[in-house]
Ligand binder design. Structure first.
Ligand code: GRF
Length: 203
């Protein structure tokens, strides 16, 4: 089973997938990594792991639709079973989302449905919540709104800084992303429209 990972930056979540693969703990193969930022460190990580690393800068395209069409062309060359958004910081057009619906996962730094969108850690702290975390979910047209497959929870301590919270959540992202990816690749995790199922159980 073939996986294409889309990134925009550091790629530490990509690294978690690469590490799983190099320890024979990935139930498939990462066949390509595509970044919309040519300078993304994650492209280096891919290259070092011997994975096809493609820079596809969005600035070279006139519209979101034109970019997403180019992205589809690149992705299709690799005939993926699964697309993973691992810190891909772009909104995808309905055309793109529709095409990969049910076989595209995203990692998001909050306990969805709480804190969709950006700056999740700062917003969570400002609200004074005591539990925060991260989610892996299927991508649908609603931004950060698709069915959740797995979440990890962290406690927010009194006086916790944004930096420390971000670090704690990030460590959990690296744990749950490979789990969800494996569930999908093994045919256990499925998209069922409004929900996700694991081994036939609706989450
Ligand atoms: C992660 O926090 C992810 O949840 C968010 O973007 C960040 C990417 O980090 N969508 P990295 O590039 O994987 O290190």
């Amino acid at each position: 089973r073939r996986v294409v990972v889309l990134i925009s930056g550091n790629g530490s979540n990509l690294q978690a997938l690469i590490d799983a693969q190099s320890h024979d703990r990935l139930s498939g193969e990462i066949v390509a990594v595509v970044s919309n930022e040519a300078g993304a460190y994650g492209l280096k990580r891919a290259h070092e792991a011997g994975i096809d690393a493609v820079a596809l800068p969005h600035r070279e395209y006139d519209s979101r639709e034109a970019y997403d069409s180019a992205l589809i062309t690149v992705i299709e060359r690799h005939e993926p079973d699964l697309i993973v958004l691992a810190g891909f910081m772009r909104i995808l057009s309905p055309h793109f989302v529709e095409r990969y619906e049910g076989r595209m996962l995203n990692i998001h730094p909050s306990l969805l449905p709480a804190y969709q969108g950006l700056n999740t850690h700062a917003r969570a702290l400002a609200d004074g919540i005591t539990e925060h975390g991260c989610s892996v979910h299927f991508v649908t047209e609603e931004l950060d709104g698709g069915p959740v497959a797995i979440q990890a929870v962290v406690n927010v301590e009194a006086g916790e800084s944004e930096e420390s919270l971000k670090e704690k959540v990030h460590a959990r992202e690296h744990l749950i992303l490979p789990i969800a990816v494996n569930w999908f690749l093994e045919g256990r995790l499925r998209f069922a429209g409004d929900s996700a199922t694991i081994d036939g159980v609706t989450l």
